[in-house]
Design a protein around this ligand. Structure first.
Ligand code: GLC
Length: 468
């Protein structure tokens, strides 16, 4: 092999070496060594500790928001509850029946209806958004003939909220591409109640508002009482867990425990991720509606993973390492590479059919070698996401382990979200890395089913019992 003069490496690829090696070199940046992940984990833990303390809470990138959901509920009301779920591009209304059987387990039956949120509503005013929500509820009640009932309602609202109580909390900031004016800084339950009044068509008793991570944890808790962590790996990424009250300085009282919504998606917003972020991460961030915010989430969340992949593909094309150096117009278009394509491509069983299908839809005619490279790119982006996410969860679990001072700790993590559920390999890579980074803990992962809605209803049922 002819050695290249130094300097040539910087500008253009060296075709004296195989193109695969250049591809691998570019993709190797996505690989994080265990020591790097442990370092990331320690930094997350530091921000978590800062977020919990009164004097450092303001400047912490991980906000650690108290949920007002406390440990071990002792019973709940039974009956019909309405659950609302707002957190992505869809809004869901659900009827949940909470009851008891001989084994004292909660039985839940649901009817539900999904409504898509029009783009102009997602980027309009708070009044428009909440009026739309009230309309959807009205439509749902019509459908099930329930307009005359004043049902208790649990609201899963999957954004950062500073609670003052279980049914009162202000929206700190929107995430995941929402940009509705007039909501930040306001009590979300108040906005909902006002809209229901304006609608005038039905009455509701809004009992509780919870984050989707909290709802997921609670819904899994009823299946497995060791469930003390809730997680979402979907459009966005976040986790909650049960923290000792004495550490939750934002809420008075020392006894028992409270579920804390970490809002860890904001990790990195005060510089903690700088040496880990790649050029693609910076572009995704700059082009988002909230540049400089949610940097950790932008590495993992389904809202961003497709776009990250597209940017890597374009880089390879520009270096003449892919598609003969030519990208289609569609591939050059922002947002054209959807996150679900990663799942599709990584499901390939070796015949390249799936990869070929995705790429031809994007207007490129790939060679076999191109298909292999695209597969590798997807694998690199999604594996990094799984490992980075594992660093976060290990941060929480190891913290809980230290709190308990136990030799080994058994813990269950309730999880929901499209990336976790639909990607063919994410789960496995994520689980394996969590176990490696938290070796003292026996972790069980429990996939939640409709957790967002069921959890909100169960929390409302408990809140009603406590209020009565
Ligand atoms: C975003 C939101 C957070 C939510 C997560 C998953 O990170 O800020 O509240 O839990 O997405 O939906």
């Amino acid at each position: 092999m002819v050695m290249q003069e130094s300097g040539m490496w910087d500008s253009s690829p060296n075709f004296g070496t195989s193109p695969q090696m250049f591809v691998q070199q570019i993709l190797s940046e996505f690989h994080l060594r265990k020591e790097e992940l442990l370092e990331m984990m320690r930094r997350i833990q530091q921000e978590m500790a800062k977020g919990l303390r009164l004097e450092s809470h303001q400047t912490a990138s991980v906000k650690m928001l108290p949920s007002y959901v406390r440990s071990t509920p002792d019973g709940s009301e039974v009956g019909d509850f309405l659950a609302l779920d707002l957190g992505g591009t869809n809004f869901r209304v659900m009827l949940v029946k909470v009851g008891e059987d001989e084994k004292r387990f909660w039985k839940i039956a649901t009817n539900n209806q999904m409504y898509s949120i029009p783009v102009d509503v997602m980027t309009g005013t708070a009044e428009m958004l909440f009026d739309y929500i009230a309309q959807c509820i009205s439509n749902f009640l019509d459908q099930y003939n329930m307009k005359d009932k004043k049902l208790p309602l649990g609201f899963t609202f999957s954004f950062p909220v500073r609670h003052e109580d279980i049914d009162k909390g202000i929206l700190l900031n929107w995430t995941k591409g929402f940009k509705v004016s007039g909501a930040e800084g306001n009590n979300v339950v108040g906005l909902l109640r006002d809209a229901i009044k304006r609608n005038g068509d039905f009455e509701m008793d809004v009992v509780a508002m919870v984050n989707d991570t909290v709802a997921t944890m609670i819904s899994c808790y009823y299946e497995d009482h060791s469930c003390e962590v809730g997680m979402i790996i979907g459009t966005g990424c976040n986790a909650c867990y049960m923290e000792e009250m004495k550490n939750v300085e934002l809420v008075e009282g020392e006894e028992g425990r409270m579920c804390v919504n970490t809002e860890w998606g904001g990790f990195g917003d005060t510089g903690e991720l700088e040496e880990f972020r790649l050029e693609y991460d910076c572009v995704v961030d700059e082009m988002s509606v909230n540049p400089g915010y949610q940097l950790y989430e932008k590495i993992i969340g389904g809202k961003y993973m497709g776009e990250l992949t597209r940017l890597v593909l374009l880089k390879l094309v520009n270096q003449n390492l892919l598609f003969n150096g030519e990208a289609s117009q569609l591939l050059k278009t922002r947002g054209s590479f959807e996150t679900r394509f990663l799942s599709q491509i990584e499901s390939d069983t070796g015949d390249q059919k799936q990869i070929y299908n995705v790429l031809t839809k994007l207007g490129v005619l790939p060679s076999e070698a191109d298909c292999d490279i695209v597969h590798l790119v997807c694998e690199s982006v999604s594996t990094r996401a799984a490992h980075v996410c594992a660093a976060g969860l290990a941060g929480i679990i190891n913290r809980m382990w230290e709190n308990k001072c136990k030799e080994t700790m058994r813990i269950t993590v309730g999880i929901d979200g499209s990336v976790y559920k639909l990607h063919p390999h994410f789960k496995h890579r994520f689980h394996t890395m969590v176990r490696e980074l938290a070796p003292h803990c026996e972790v069980t992962f429990l996939q939640s089913d409709e957790g967002s809605g069921r959890g909100a209803a169960l929390i409302s049922a408990v809140a009603r019992k406590m209020a009565s």
